[in-house]
Design a protein around this ligand. Structure first.
Ligand SMILES: [Zn+2]
Length: 346
């Protein structure tokens, strides 16, 4: 059932200026938005688009004290390698095995089951290769002594586990105590902290990754500046976030799953994220492509448009024709991709 409870009034804060560029001029994008992805967060939300940098942001939005209300039953609280999370469809299982063979060779892993031939087959299908490379976040091999990697907002810790298996000294921080508890139980090196809390570790990390995190934070620019400080000179930042100018955003409008209020406080397009990275000091900003992600987004957005909960369509295996077409367009139209995936260097 759709939740219509209001957000606690004293748990809101107003956002008169764009949290990305500070400009006060804006236009209304959507009003009366509610949590239709998980149907757990109370409140109705208004999303504005900055007329200067074209980022979008909620105003008002949950403050730091109450934002946890939006994360009850959030999906980061379960691990993806539990038996019930394994695919049941035989073809999907075979594809997973081929992808394992590819990433084992490409990234020096020993994932099982590994399907013979995946190392040659996966690169033949751009979507599969892009998806596999994004799963490993395009990581280089670690140096001999194992470099230091920090994952900010590590979710269920699946990526930290992979990075550790590659030989990285992988650590994670997250503001969600439940996510920290789940990852600790998996034996991962994690703690409940923000990037600002690590100020004693400036210039200590070879790589920092940030997957679908920047859209959740109250002050994305300060976060990027903190991460810049934490990286060694020449260090790499990998980040990914939904693209407000994507084909899916245009097609589904207010039903686009990645609006995800009130968890997504800020949404970027490729230019506003690129400019934010440059403003924080980063250079050599290069775009990458995450394959097949929009199949899930399209299915969930279509479910939301039908009045259902987005989660009802999470396990939909067969993509729609529109989704396949958008996937192909994403190859040649980087600014219309569903996600913005960037690698930047200090
Ligand atoms: Zn702006």
């Amino acid at each position: 059932m759709q939740t219509l409870k209001p957000w606690p009034v004293d748990g809101l804060e107003s956002v008169p200026n764009c949290p990305v560029c500070g400009n006060g001029r804006r236009e209304l994008l959507y009003n009366d938005l509610t949590d239709r992805v998980f149907n757990v967060a109370p409140g109705q939300w208004t999303l504005y688009r900055c007329t200067q940098c074209e980022s979008a942001y909620l105003d008002p939005r949950p403050n730091q004290t109450t934002i946890g209300l939006a994360y009850e039953n959030y999906y980061t609280h379960t691990a993806e390698d539990t038996p019930e999370a394994q695919p049941k469809n035989l073809l999907v299982r075979q594809l997973h095995a081929w992808v394992n063979d590819y990433i084992n060779v490409r990234y020096g892993l020993a994932r099982k089951p590994a399907g013979f031939g995946g190392r040659w087959l996966v690169p033949l299908v751009p979507s599969f290769k892009a998806k596999a490379d994004t799963k490993l976040r395009h990581l280089p091999r670690p140096p001999q002594d194992g470099g230091r990697l920090l994952d900010v907002g590590f979710g269920n810790g699946g990526f930290l586990k992979l990075a550790s298996e590659m030989g990285w000294h992988a650590e994670g921080i997250d503001f969600d105590p439940k996510a920290v508890a789940v990852a600790k139980a998996r034996g991962l090196n994690v703690r409940c902290a923000s990037a600002a809390d690590l100020s004693d570790q400036n210039e200590q990390f070879d790589i920092i990754t940030l997957s679908h995190v920047i859209e959740h934070v109250h002050d994305p620019i300060t976060l990027l500046k903190d991460l810049y400080r934490l990286l060694k000179p020449g260090g790499i930042l990998w980040l990914e976030t939904p693209n407000l100018d994507s084909l899916g955003a245009k097609r589904f409008g207010r039903n686009w799953m990645a609006l995800d209020p009130p968890r997504h406080l800020v949404l970027f397009n490729t230019d506003s994220l690129r400019n934010s990275l440059a403003q924080a000091g980063f250079g050599q900003i290069s775009p990458h492509w995450n394959g097949m992600v929009l199949f899930s987004i399209y299915a969930q957005s279509a479910a939301i448009a039908r009045g259902q909960c987005g989660q009802d369509a999470v396990h939909q295996v067969t993509p729609s024709f529109a989704a396949i077409l958008a996937e192909l367009r994403g190859i040649v139209q980087p600014k219309k991709r569903e996600y913005i995936t960037f690698i930047a260097r200090k």
